[in-house]
Design a protein. Structure first.
Length: 283
């Protein structure tokens, strides 16, 4: 997934409109207009930091004259009491940017930390961890960025960049063969260059997929370990295989050891705890 600066600027401007609107009345009423100061971003937790690059952009969007000194970069481990960055300049500008910086960095760092923990659990296997579309609306770009920072792999970004045929698509299409053939025709008819992935619920559906072909990956949905190993033998290396459905930190290693290439985990983005960070003025 490519992170485009224009997309980040669009997000930041939208978030600032939501928060600031006509003005930061608290800062404007209590802090002199030309007051200059410095603040530090303080770590109050342990984990992997994410969102530092974004924080720099937020500060600069709020006020191009703010100066940011980064001490710890995205993807690096952090521990309680460390300082990630300093920001210096107009006091009002620092205060206006503060909450957006913290909200983004705390959430992103929580995701990067959990993702990194999963990556560590998968060491020694060929398996990689994927994120999902189980993300916060209008925050997906940053959540998937955090997964990458934590060492994970981004799945499709949205509905537009991949065809992923899941159980409801299959049922509405009248069967897995119908769904696959319709998707392949759709790509040809619309001159698209996007991949097709197919989800299977059982070994019978898997056999149908192998007969039709034309996909880049097969997803095993809610297979237990025994069925996963059986499916791997049947597929026999013809397609990359992804395990999905309720996988958590306690089960991810066992699925990897079944021989799958990927595990996808909504857990990375829908069940994480934000890391505790704070921005404190230096008096």
């Amino acid at each position: 997934m490519e992170i485009l600066k224009k997309d980040l600027i669009e997000f930041i401007e939208s978030a600032l409109r939501e928060d600031v609107r006509e003005g930061d009345h608290t800062s404007n009423s209590t802090v002199p207009k030309d007051a200059q100061g410095k603040a530090r971003l303080l770590v109050k937790d342990n984990g992997i930091v994410a969102g530092v690059e974004l924080a720099e952009l937020i500060f600069k969007t709020v006020d191009p004259d703010l100066q940011v000194e980064v001490l710890i970069k995205d993807g690096e481990p952090i521990k309680y009491g460390e300082i990630v960055l300093y920001v210096e300049g107009n006091d009002r500008s620092i205060l206006t940017a503060e909450r957006l910086v913290l909200n983004c960095m705390q959430r992103m760092s929580g995701i990067a930390t959990v993702t990194n923990e999963i990556v560590e659990k998968l060491k020694g296997t060929k398996c990689k961890v994927l994120d999902t579309r189980k993300t916060t609306p209008n925050f997906r770009l940053l959540e998937k960025w955090a997964v990458k920072i934590g060492g994970g792999v981004n799945h499709r970004f949205g509905l537009f960049d991949m065809i992923l045929i899941k159980d409801n698509h299959v049922d509405y299409a009248g069967g897995i063969k119908n769904a696959m053939e319709a998707a392949q025709k759709y790509i040809i008819d619309n001159s698209l260059n996007i991949p097709i992935e197919i989800e299977v619920r059982n070994l019978e559906e898997l056999q149908q997929v192998l007969e039709v072909g034309g996909v880049v990956r097969i997803m095993l949905d809610n297979f237990d370990y025994e069925k996963t190993r059986e499916a791997i033998k049947i597929i026999d290396g013809r397609f990359p295989v992804e395990s999905s459905g309720g996988i958590n930190p306690d089960t991810v290693r066992a699925y990897a050891e079944c021989g799958v290439d990927y595990v996808s985990m909504g857990y990375l983005t829908h069940s994480v705890k934000s890391l505790d960070l704070s921005l404190k003025a230096i008096k």
